[in-house]
Design a protein around this ligand. Structure first.
Ligand code: ZN
Length: 256
């Protein structure tokens, strides 16, 4: 019997091209292809929906698939809360992520890589920086963009500073990986005004206490704090896990 839900790290999948940040397009192509595989696996998991898949879903979200979740499906911008089973919320999530992913091209990823420790590094982006932009970040989107999807990529996407104060290479797949980051970001895109079945999920980044944080509010939380907020929602069995991008990305931390 094959284990379809829990991908195991294999040397083959983790070592390819991880550090090739000198070729931005190659890095994004690799991440994009891995993302397609992760999304395909998750789509299959939710269709198979055997015991293993159900248990894994519960462990990740703290909610069972049959749980009714309140979801906003706005009609022409007017709030419209409907009840949808958690399983269907995630099936819908994958449909949306796949639709958007299909529309992404090399030009959709904006290279804003800058290493403040190496200001002259040839891998630093040549694009003039917005002075409000922090030097180091992982990735961000403007959730309002609805057709021309763009994902802005920062240096932490290539790898974060580790405990030894070295910038280590990021993983393509797995925990806090390039794939889970892209899934996180794409989930932020808002549902479309004309037809809310189209567009992203419109997730937001919940704060350290697991409270909803509007995208307009200042994000003063670190990654660890956001992750801690996500854990609190899981522990509480909150349905808001399906509205928090830090929880959504956990479903896409597999290695396939
Ligand atoms: Zn986010």
């Amino acid at each position: 019997m094959s284990n379809t839900t829990k991908g195991k790290p294999s040397k083959k999948t983790t070592i390819i091209n991880q550090c090739k940040i000198n070729d931005f397009n190659a890095m994004m192509k690799e991440a994009g292809e891995a993302m397609d595989r992760v999304l395909a696996r998750r789509k299959k998991d939710l269709e198979n929906w055997g015991n293993d898949e159900q248990e894994e879903f519960y462990a990740i979200f703290g909610s069972k698939g049959a749980r009714l979740v309140h979801v906003n499906m706005p009609i022409k911008g007017v709030e419209n809360i409907v009840e949808i089973k958690a399983l269907d919320v995630m099936k819908d999530c994958i449909r949306r992520l796949c639709e958007i992913k299909k529309k992404l091209t090399t030009d959709s990823y904006i290279n804003l890589i800058y290493d403040p420790d190496n200001p002259e590094a040839p891998t630093n982006s040549k694009i003039p920086r917005d002075p409000n932009l922090p030097d180091t970040f992982c990735a961000y989107v403007n959730p309002e963009q609805q057709d021309n999807y763009k994902v802005n990529i920062g240096i932490n996407f290539t790898g974060r500073i580790n405990a030894k104060n070295m910038r280590a290479c990021g993983e393509v797949m797995g925990e806090s990986s390039r794939v889970s980051t892209l899934c996180h970001e794409i989930s932020h895109f808002k549902k479309k005004f004309v037809d809310s079945s189209l567009g992203g999920m419109g997730t937001v980044d919940y704060d350290v206490d697991g409270h909803r944080r509007e995208p307009t509010e200042e994000d003063k939380w670190t990654l660890i704090e956001h992750q801690s907020g996500a854990m609190k929602l899981i522990d509480k069995g909150s349905e808001n896990v399906f509205d928090n991008s830090y929880n959504i990305e956990k479903y896409f931390e597999i290695i396939v």
